[in-house]
Design a protein around this ligand. Structure first.
Ligand code: HEC
Length: 122
């Protein structure tokens, strides 16, 4: 009885932290692979490059898997395909979870972590 009560209390916490860890990993993938160069710092989209933030994780993962196989929606896919190919399944899942939750991130002051920038003082 006591044990099951404890489980009921801890389960949401465990699920929350697994989700947070996945999104944190996804943000790392997004920044370290240079995705922001075309899609914006938080996936908000730049010029003709599509917005990614706020789209569903399932949709994003499906698009990335298709692009990995060379299937895109426009002739511009050619520049995206190598980036999709560089991601493994786990990274696709993580980056999709991150972007799906990054809907309001364009308002934030997002800073690229120092270890990704190489710790230079700018
Ligand atoms: C050099 C520019 C460039 C970079 C860097 C880039 N992309 Fe893209 N991305 C594109 C273009 C162009 C498309 C549209 C492809 C098409 O026509 O299907 C696209 C499409 C996408 C799509 C599908 C969007 C949709 O709504 O169909 C996803 C998801 C995506 N990119 C994720 C990423 C991720 C994650 C990274 C980093 C690993 C990344 N991109 C890096 C240019 C880029």
């Amino acid at each position: 009885m006591k044990r099951s009560m404890l489980l009921v209390c801890l389960l949401p916490l465990a699920m929350w932290s697994a989700d947070a860890a996945l999104k944190a990993e996804g943000e790392r993938v997004y920044l370290s692979h240079g995705c922001y160069g075309c899609h914006g710092v938080s996936g908000e989209g730049v010029n003709n490059f599509p917005r990614l933030s706020g789209k569903s994780a399932a949709y994003l993962a499906e698009r990335l898997k298709a692009l990995k196989k060379g299937k895109g929606r426009t002739p511009k896919k050619e520049i995206m395909v190598p980036y999709a190919k560089a991601l493994d399944e786990k990274q696709i899942e993580a980056v999709s979870a991150y972007l799906a939750s990054a809907a309001d991130a364009s308002d934030e002051n997002l800073e690229v972590p120092e270890d990704i920038l190489g710790g230079s003082n700018m």
